[in-house]
Every structure is written in C-alpha cells, then in structure tokens.
Design a protein around this ligand. Structure first.
Ligand SMILES: Nc1ncnc2c1ncn2[C@@H]1O[C@H](COP(=O)(O)OP(=O)(O)OP(=O)(O)O)[C@@H](O)[C@H]1O
Length: 254
C-alpha cells in the first residue's frame, strides 16, 4: 500500500450513548493518511462527540478506534496524543498576559518534557528559540511575538492556537472549527494557513463554514443524528439529495 492509501484514523461501529441517547451511532470512518477530512452536519449531528471520541476526551460505549492500526479505544487523551493525534480547541484558552512567544515556548517545553528542568543548556535554549520563531512565522505572528496575547486581534489569537498544535508536530491534527467567529478576511487567511500546515499531515476538520470545507477538504463525511448520512468529495456530498434535505430540514426548523 502506498502512502495516501494508508488509513491514519479508523473507527468501526463507533457508538456513544448519553443515558440511552445515541449521539454517535455505529460510525465507520476511515481518514486517509495525508488527507484533509471534514466532518460536517446539522446542529446536534454528533460532530463534537465524534471529535471527542477520536481524541480520547470521551470514551465510547462500543466500537473501536485505531490510529495507524494501533488500537486506542478507551485510551485517555494523553495516550491518544502519544500515538500522534493532537487537537485544537474551539474555545480560546490562552493567557492574556503572556506573549505569543511565551505560549509557544510553554507548548514546546510541555511536549519535550523540559518543562520542569530549571537548568537548561544555552544550546537547548538556542535550539528552542529557533523553533519558536519558526512556529510563530508559520502562522504569521513573528512580528507580534512579544506582545501580550490580550492585545491581539481575535484572528491572531486563533492563529496562535494553531501554532500551539503545530508545536506538538503531530502526524494527525484535529481542528475544531478553526474559523468559528471570524470575519471573511480572517477566514481566508486561516484557510491558507491550514492548507500550509496540512502538508505532510493528516487533518480532521470540523467546520460549519462550507466555504472552508469546500476549500480545504479532500473528503467530507456528513453526519446526521449520529450516523453517517453521506461521504465523498465536497462536490459529491453537496449535490447529494439526502444532504440537501438534511440541511434544508434544519433551515426550515430554524
Ligand atoms: N454530555 C452529553 N450529555 C448528554 N447529551 C449530550 C452530551 N454531549 C452531546 N450530547 C447530545 O448529543 C447530540 C450530538 O451533540 P454534538 O455536540 O456532538 O453535536 P454537533 O454536531 O457537534 O452539534 P453542533 O454543530 O451544534 O456543535 C446532541 O443531541 C447533544 O445534545
């Protein structure tokens, strides 16, 4: 099997019940290595729950999850992360008084386990500094590296969050609504950013914005009431009658 045909993340009959209610119902998902795979669906379709299952934040009721053929079913988040899966968060979780540089330094230290070493060699500090600069440059924040995060614009904070996921250098990156709450300019900048950082990685993306999904996703899985309703390329799923009906239903309901 060549790279690109390998499956990075696979679920089989994955199910999560909350007091008898199936939020995720028998989901068979195969995310190909190197692809950007979007999870979409109307409100309450189970996207966030599936996302939480894939990262170990929620334990499944039944079914299995494998990462590069390694069974991670029921493993806690830190163990899933060790298998190469890192996630971003929808909710801004930054420290307003720390700078972007300090955030990335902390993320790198946490990742490399240097966090609790009070003495660190000049060489190590120098190496980390180059890496911090590189990560900040990748997300366009190097010129603002020493500004307290509280003074950054919303889109810049979201870019910083992406750099914190990148610091872990994960083979599989899960992005939860990276463009939520953004204006159109920031959305387009974030699309470019995700496209760049997706090179050489597998990305699972949840986003409500169909412009984002259409621009980035190689493959789209549409969920409805916890089940897979349709799957294919963006063009395939957006022309699928069942998908149109599901979204129209939601619009009418709203
Ligand atoms: N901890 C929980 N306890 C009970 N029910 C839950 C819990 N988490 C989610 N649910 C329910 O499971 C269903 C799927 O929710 P989920 O948040 O995964 O959907 P979603 O597709 O991410 O929706 P949205 O687009 O609105 O974020 C919903 O009906 C929700 O109310």
């Amino acid at each position: 099997m060549t790279a690109g045909e390998r499956v990075a993340v696979r679920t089989r009959a994955l199910t999560k019940e909350f007091r008898g209610f199936r939020a995720v119902d028998s989901v068979d998902l195969a995310v190909r290595e190197g692809s950007v795979h979007a999870l979409v669906g109307p409100n309450g379709a189970g996207k966030t729950t599936l996302f939480n299952l894939l990262t170990g934040f929620v334990a499944p009721t039944s079914g299995t999850i494998t990462v590069f053929d390694q069974d991670v079913t029921g493993r806690p988040p830190e163990q899933v992360a060790r298998c190469g899966v890192a996630r971003s968060f929808q909710i801004t979780s930054l420290f307003e008084t720390l700078t972007s540089r300090e955030h990335v330094e902390l993320a790198l230290q946490g990742h490399t386990r240097d966090g609790f070493r009070f003495w660190r060699s000049e060489k190590l500090l120098g190496r980390n500094r180059a890496r911090v600069d590189d990560l900040l440059a990748q997300v366009g924040l190097l010129p603002l590296a020493d500004k307290p995060v509280g003074l950054l614009a919303y889109g810049q904070k979201r870019a910083l969050e992406l750099s914190l996921v990148l610091a872990v250098d994960p083979p599989v990156m899960l992005l939860d609504e990276p463009t939520a709450g953004m204006g159109i300019e920031d959305v387009d900048r974030t699309i470019e950013l995700v496209r760049r950082i997706a090179v050489g990685r597998t990305v699972v993306l949840v986003d409500h914005n169909m412009h984002v999904v259409g621009s980035l996703a190689d493959r789209v899985t549409v969920l409805q009431q916890g089940r897979i309703l349709a799957e294919g390329t963006y063009d395939e799923v957006r022309n699928d009658e069942r998908v149109i009906t599901a979204y129209l239903g939601e619009a009418e309901h709203a």
